[in-house]
Ligand binder design. Sequence first.
Ligand SMILES: Nc1ncnc2c1ncn2[C@@H]1O[C@H](COP(=O)(O)OP(=O)(O)OP(=O)(O)O)[C@@H](O)[C@H]1O
Ligand SMILES: [Mg+2]
Length: 465
Amino acid sequence: MNNNADLQGQGPGRTSIPEPEHDATILVVDDEPELSRALSKLLGRNGYHVLTAGNGEEGLAILRREEIHLVLSDLQMPRMGGLDLLKAAQVVAPNTEFVIITGHGTIETAVGAMRAGAYDFIEKPFSINTTLKVVRKALEKQHLIAENRDLRKRLAEIQGVNEIIGNSDVMRQAIDTARQVAGSSATILLTGESGTGKEVFATAIHGWSDRAKRTMVRVSCAALPENLLEAELFGYEKGAFTGAVARRKGRFEAANRGTLFLDEVGEMSQTTQVKLLRVLQENVIERLGGNEPIPVDVRIIAATNSDLPVMVAEGSFREDLFYRLNVINLELPSLRSRGEDVVLLSNFFLQKYNEKNGKQLAGFTPGALEVMAKYAWPGNVRELENAIERAVVLSKDSVVDVDVLPNSVVMGRQRYDVVNIPVGTTLRDAEMQLIQATLDSAGGDKETAANILGIASRTIYRKMQ
Ligand SMILES: Nc1ncnc2c1ncn2[C@@H]1O[C@H](COP(=O)(O)OP(=O)(O)OP(=O)(O)O)[C@@H](O)[C@H]1O
Ligand SMILES: [Mg+2]
């Protein structure tokens, strides 16, 4: 489980919200085994999950891979001391609360630790009551902050709903359908090329649904190897595999009464597909290493840019799972199929990146607009957004001109030139027309044309004679 948090790009920011009184995991870091054993026992008896580490380094390793709500750490330890651990924890596990354990006469250092961000300190030898009180309060604070963060995130999700830009017929239809189906709990499969806004739509659908009160949890099925993905989705019991030193809830449980966004679902292995199918059929999950079914109420929005029907035909995606996911299919249009939205989107992104970069570009030159309108945008909205961001950063004028657009966009303008060859044309003539058109679009450059056509340039010379 070492890097799963990193792979998700979310780090321990994913710390779930435990009920303040129980279900919290506490890490005790102390080099005195006796003391650490006594503390563990006390905390364990009071319903907390407890992990222990003998020094700061060990503690940090655990913080990297486990979901810890509170650290109780000694100050003076060999290897990495408590203060250094605190500083590192603020980076790798910013949502974890920290309480310092101090020996007699080190109060000053403890106060220093609090200034550095520790919630409180307890003094050795500690009283049971004080310790439990401090722990409870620290966890309450952690809980409140986590709840707050969650609320802010949901607010952002709801506000994000306004940001589906598009006024073309295809886009309006897609938005209408999304609004219509948002209210139900039906599984939705979002399909479409890369960068067409699948995640944008998933976020919007969640925001429009009754589940918006709860969170939308995102999992990319492509980011993790099979066993890590399963651990991530279903969670695990302590001891389920080497390294599973504490119980951990999975994303399904985290998404309970909310939405689970399963991105790149086509990348899921066959075994995981079977497990997912079962969850969809029975609405229960089992943690890895556990055998108790846990009911979950989760709305699934899946997304993919692979062709699932083809994968089903080839046998790499289960047909039964496909039908389960494809209850409602929303196919997002490519940007080139809704060319009229390019101007709208460009202006939206111009505004966005003006603000971000403290610039005041007023718009686009007719030349720039023409180039953008002709380009095919294989990377869709994402590619357009990146192009505009780049243009805003590079531009020294008051408007965006062709010179700050990416080369690929400027060069690609001929890209969709079409050769119209009527039936009845000989192969020889058809070939000549295609070669001529390709040469034209490559500006007469025989090398480039040959590359595009997949033939040697001397073949072009030969054919041209
Ligand atoms: N209709 C839209 N209005 C505004 N911004 C959009 C729209 N569609 C996409 N975007 C922006 O384009 C980028 C790509 O969108 P998104 O991540 O949703 O695409 P995707 O379909 O999930 O792509 P991929 O298949 O590569 O994951 C994001 O920055 C998103 O904000
Ligand atoms: Mg995506």
